[in-house]
Design a binder for this molecule. Structure first.
Ligand SMILES: Cc1cc2nc3c(=O)[nH]c(=O)nc-3n(C[C@H](O)[C@H](O)[C@H](O)COP(=O)(O)O)c2cc1C
Length: 174
């Protein structure tokens, strides 16, 4: 897909089909993640957990149920794939690095025709669940920061109605 079209077509998907994401597509998402810029080239401070295990996905959902008190909470919206990005760096640099990987994966998923969602909220709850962190293979010293939920969208995404630059103020300083 033409690059600008990928940017325009990326929208958050919040209803996924159960259908799994093909392995080749998962590999492409991971490759896209690793093309991201990372402060001071410190790629060793990042870790990715690629989760397709239904029990683990359900335990992630349960973190949101526990935090919100809403039994029906589903921050992953049924996505069959969750890629959690963790950082061993404290402070904003870790989160900034993670966000670069996440955005690359969102765009790659769009290009592959996969629905995708930037999921941060529940990840802070996952970070408090030591057993889940262990079962997600997050190494000691790493904190999960954000994630990408991906899969086939249950319905085609509605095109964005209001371009972001109608609400985000831009000043030119010439
Ligand atoms: C840092 C960050 C955190 C986000 N966390 C969540 C989240 O936890 N759950 C969710 O449903 N969407 C989350 N989003 C998605 C935004 O709500 C969404 O990108 C925004 O409303 C714009 O809509 P669009 O993605 O369809 O263009 C997050 C986005 C960003 C950039």
């Amino acid at each position: 897909m033409e690059f600008l079209k990928v940017l325009q077509e990326r929208v958050s998907t919040r209803a996924f089909l159960e259908q799994p994401v093909p392995e080749a597509a998962v590999k492409e998402l991971l490759q896209a993640a690793l093309y991201a810029p990372v402060g001071m080239h410190r790629y060793e401070t990042l870790h990715l957990s690629v989760i397709t295990n239904k029990e683990i996905l359900e335990r992630v959902r349960q973190c949101a149920v526990k935090a919100s008190g809403d039994k029906a909470a589903d921050p992953l919206h049924g996505a069959p794939l969750l890629i959690v990005v963790s950082s061993s760096l404290e402070g904003d640099i870790g989160a900034l690095n993670v966000s670069c990987l996440v955005e690359n994966m969102l765009l790659a998923a769009t290009d592959l025709g996969l629905g995708n969602l930037y999921v941060r909220g529940v990840i802070s709850d996952v970070a408090k669940d030591e057993a889940l962190m262990r079962d997600m293979k997050i190494p000691a010293g790493f904190t999960p920061v954000a994630s990408v939920a991906a899969g086939y969208a249950a319905s085609p995404a509605a095109p964005r109605e209001v371009p972001a630059n109608d609400v985000t103020k831009i000043d030119f300083v010439n």
